[in-house]
Design a protein around this ligand. Structure first.
Ligand SMILES: Cc1cc2nc3c(=O)[nH]c(=O)nc-3n(C[C@H](O)[C@H](O)[C@H](O)COP(=O)(O)O)c2cc1C
Length: 221
């Protein structure tokens, strides 16, 4: 199987998306004869080239982080540029991978519904959507905490490499928790009330000189 993978994270090669894709693709390559091309949307000033890549292959995976319950702007722009391919015969089979920072998979179910609809509009066969929350910390987590998740991605890639589909049972197991338990919700409420839940993101805002602007509303007069 020939596959083209688009990594839609604005962090490009340094992204969590890249880490998860690496495990998925290791599994995918277990099947003899499989090959893939991996493209980073963020590095591409020429969207026309990305559209050509999409057009010319049998199988596509579009992977991106959940941003504000949806997708990064570069992914939206890429999708907008696929408009000319809507309804075309011979469009590729398409699968998606959405991962987010908040732990609940439910958070990504709305964009998942949109993605299935997008596949239909493009006249692409839909291979499914991998959804996983709680991913932001994976770069700093010890190996024992990430092993299970990485293994799921590897197994999903392996089955996809053989069948061209995501395994439904694995998708369900990987996505857990779909919703937080009452106890974890209580913990988050407590962590928010004492400011603990904001420590990590505030650090990111400061590193990007955006902390003072965090409550800005640029579209409001
Ligand atoms: C601007 C921005 C918006 C985000 N919005 C969400 C969100 O709505 N829900 C969520 O679960 N995570 C959200 N996140 C967290 C990212 O999805 C998460 O950190 C992801 O693992 C980043 O992946 P990447 O390294 O591949 O870009 C957001 C992050 C940023 C920077």
């Amino acid at each position: 199987m020939k596959l083209t993978v688009f990594n839609g994270s604005p962090r490009g090669k340094e992204s969590n998306t890249a880490i998860l894709l690496e495990h998925f693709l290791n599994g995918f390559m277990e099947t003899e004869g499989n090959s893939y091309e991996l493209e980073y949307i963020v590095n591409n000033k020429d969207v026309g080239k990305l559209v050509e890549m999409f057009k010319d292959v049998g199988n596509v995976i579009l992977a991106f982080p959940l941003y504000i319950d949806c997708m990064p702007g570069i992914v939206k722009s890429f999708i907008d540029n696929l408009k000319s391919l809507c309804g075309r015969q011979d469009n590729p089979t398409i699968g998606f991978m959405v991962q987010g920072g908040f732990p609940e998979a439910y958070h990504s179910r709305f964009v998942e519904r949109y993605l299935e609809k997008l596949a239909k509009r493009l006249n692409c066969q839909y291979a499914g959507c991998i959804v996983k929350g709680g991913i932001e910390g994976i770069r700093v987590m010890p190996q024992f905490m990430t092993k299970k998740t990485f293994n799921y991605f590897y197994e999903l890639g392996k089955i996809y490499g053989k069948s061209g589909k995501f395994d439904e049972e694995l998708l369900k197991r990987l996505a857990k928790p779909e919703h937080l338990s009452a106890l974890r919700r209580l913990f988050f409420r407590f962590a928010s009330s004492i400011g603990m839940a904001h420590v990590y993101w505030n650090k990111q805002l400061k590193e990007n000189n955006a902390f003072e602007e965090r409550f800005d509303k640029p579209y409001m007069r």
